[in-house]
Design a protein around this ligand. Sequence first.
Ligand code: HEC
Length: 225
Amino acid sequence: MDSFEVNKLIGAFLGTVFVIFTITLLSDSIFATHAPEKPGYAIEAAEAEAGAATGAAESGEDRFVEILAGIGSANPDAGANTFKKCQACHDGTKGGPNKVGPNLWGIVDRPIASHEGFSYSGAMKEFSEGGSKHWTFENLAHFLHGPKAFVPGTAMAFAGVKDPKAESDLLAFLRTLADTPAPLPEAAPAAAAPANGEAAPANGQAAPAAEGAQQPAAGQAEPSK
Ligand code: HEC
């Protein structure tokens, strides 16, 4: 083997290495993989139940404070429109029948699971604590946002109202289903401030309650009655 042959062999070897390197580099850049920030698949909690279950943690109670504070200035007519969805299962007229769900006349502040002639689920009866709990605006806000999250096992097959404004409107409408509409809710749930249940009965007027609702002092006495 003379030196010329050796050079050829070395040249061929280097050429091969060069080609392999080039291919590796190119394919790396073409099929680049980016490691995700968090390992594993990102699963969006899309469905109502999962969303509602984590809802409180995600958006805190702020969401419900906003909904409750919004009732006074909400639009009951828009709420009446949303209520059409409920009417598949609920009648809202005075003395009206029970359908798939109980009649909802006077629902605000009505004792939970108390409507005559309706056979409530075990879950709802248990939730009512023997009828000692009421459908306060606050309980309604939570229930209508995610029925199954708030009352696990309820027979109400309804995904929930996700938009806070729509929910305020709906609550404002439900409030009208009564001879005497229930007083509007005071500001934040009690957690914020020492309870002062007696305060500001004047807020019960239909006047816009938003200002009243801003004052944290007059929280409702308990989160639920
Ligand atoms: C698919 C039928 C269905 C739809 C739609 C539905 N509900 Fe219900 N609802 C029920 C059933 C059934 C119950 C009884 C639940 C139980 O016993 O667990 C119920 C219970 C309730 C209760 C508790 C009543 C009580 O006396 O304790 C309220 C409040 C309520 N629904 C409001 C609404 C509103 C407001 C809507 C519309 C946004 C709505 N529901 C949509 C079927 C429905």
